[in-house]
Design a protein around this ligand. Structure first.
Ligand SMILES: Nc1ncnc2c1ncn2[C@@H]1O[C@H](COP(=O)(O)OP(=O)(O)OP(=O)(O)O)[C@@H](O)[C@H]1O
Length: 435
């Protein structure tokens, strides 16, 4: 890492990541470390230009107020504290809020005037650094990567491809629960255009057979996740001489699973659950990036806008939008109606505005009329929500004519459907997904 860095010491603030993002938005790289880091550990990090002690409400751990190692004040690195009265440094600020612009303004003088940090954090430098680091780590050995077509694994794939070319082996599993055209796009982009070493496995029948008659959402998720690992494992065992596993781990995954004051510890993002005898060393080139930086990195690597700004998609795919026990006809209805919704949202310019939008097909029918005769068919439910952090969500107020056009197309083009509804429920009380 050649870039200058401001180190944030986590003293129980909820805003550590906002602070890190604010500093990075100023063009200076920043990372969060536990409050009790030692001077020796600090000195091992490259190019540390300054330290910000970030105090906050969670600074009592197991009944004891935590504090930084006093020797860090003597490390010869400028120190600033926010929301920490006991700090013994010259610059002290009140506790930060989550307003990124306000934080940027507050820390700017410290970062540039006191620490003399250079604004050299940008994606061109990052990509060049990572290519060098990956080459150093991997040498001429091989890396296996599970490539979903999602933002994270796609950006990892593009980066590793630049770094090690055909020593990267990508595996894309089509479990039959992908959106329309999604697996085809992965093959087109990575297989045909970028000429990656791509193994494409279509295991639709295997997944749908496993899922037959399974109604419980948790059970469905478990089967899909478990079966995915089995398929991936089978493919991995067929290959020779793979030492590394590429992963789309990003910085929030690291922070959430690693800080000492965090109340909620989430498990590390990975292709978890691989058997122990399949031992790989990990290659995680995005582990320093926030999601918006991952997207910027993808663009820097030349991936198309639609791919890096793809809306979030649940791991179990359309499986949790085909409610109850999955059947092929309803799965097809979800896939086709979702494709129509995406097309029409794009035409109306809503694809760049709405955070997540999709359709759901429940496992009950209603009475309708088709060709002058009674019909008994499925409804399609449209959902379009906005959120900042996925903890709460509001409903997009889609213009009536857009909804009418989508409804009209779904009723005409999607088989076995006679009704379209719009889900008006915010989170809470509803969740974003139905299952
Ligand atoms: N169908 C698939 N084929 C190959 N790999 C997959 C598939 N689904 C998931 N993966 C792998 O599992 C990882 C975690 O999947 P998850 O659905 O949680 O995606 P994510 O965290 O949104 O990441 P991504 O943006 O890469 O999809 C992915 O990054 C990818 O490596």
């Amino acid at each position: 890492m050649k870039q200058d860095m401001i180190v944030i010491l986590d003293l129980g603030s909820h805003e550590n990541t906002v602070l890190a993002r604010a500093i990075r938005a100023l063009g200076v790289y920043s990372e969060i470390y536990p409050h009790d880091i030692t001077v020796e550990e600090l000195k091992k990090l490259s190019n540390v230009k300054g330290i910000i002690i970030n105090g906050g409400p969670c600074n009592i751990v197991d009944g004891v107020a935590i504090d930084v190692n006093p020797s860090i004040y003597e490390a010869g690195i400028p120190v600033m504290a926010a929301g920490h009265d006991k700090a013994t440094c010259a610059v002290k600020l009140p506790q930060f809020t989550d307003d990124i612009e306000a934080i940027k303004a507050a820390v700017k003088p410290f970062v540039f005037e006191t620490c003399k940090a250079e604004a050299n954090w940008n994606m061109t430098n990052f990509v060049n650094d990572q290519i060098e680091l990956v080459r150093r780590q991997v040498g001429d050995r091989k890396v296996l990567l599970a490539l979903s077509g999602g933002v994270d694994s796609s950006v990892v794939a593009a980066l590793l491809l630049k770094a090690i070319g055909n020593n990267l082996v990508c595996v894309h599993v089509n479990h039959g629960l992908m959106r329309k055209g999604e697996s085809e796009d992965v093959v087109e982009m990575f297989g045909n255009q970028l000429k990656a070493n791509l193994i494409y496995v279509d295991v639709t029948d295997r997944f749908l057979t496993k899922l037959e008659g399974v109604e419980d959402p948790e059970q469905k998720r478990k089967i899909i996740g478990g079966e995915f690992i089995r398929v991936f494992e089978e493919e991995a065992r067929k290959l020779d001489g793979i030492d590394f596993l590429g992963q789309g781990t990003i910085y929030p995954d690291i922070v959430e699973s690693g800080t000492k004051t965090a109340k909620m510890v989430k498990s590390h993002h990975n292709v978890g659950g691989l058997p122990e005898d399949l031992q790989f060393e990990l290659v995680e080139p995005l582990r320093q990036l926030f999601k918006d930086e991952v997207r910027a990195c993808g663009l820097e690597l030349g991936l198309p806008y639609e791919m890096v700004y793809r809306q979030p998609f649940p791991g179990p795919g359309l499986g949790v939008r085909c409610l109850g026990a999955i059947t092929r006809d309803r799965l097809e209805a979800v896939r086709e109606s979702d494709a129509i919704l995406r097309e029409e949202f794009q035409l109306a310019g809503l694809d760049k505005k709405v955070w997540q939008y999709f359709t759901v097909v429940p496992d009950f029918k209603s009475v309708g009329v088709r060709d002058n005769a009674r019909s008994f068919e499925w409804p399609v439910i449209i959902r379009a929500v906005n959120t900042i952090d996925a903890m709460t969500a509001t409903i997009e107020q889609v213009e009536w004519p857009v909804l009418m056009k989508i409804t009209d197309r779904i009723l005409k083009e999607v088989k076995h459907v006679n009704r379209v509804c719009y889900d008006m429920s915010p989170k809470p009380n509803a969740t974003i997904e139905w299952e």
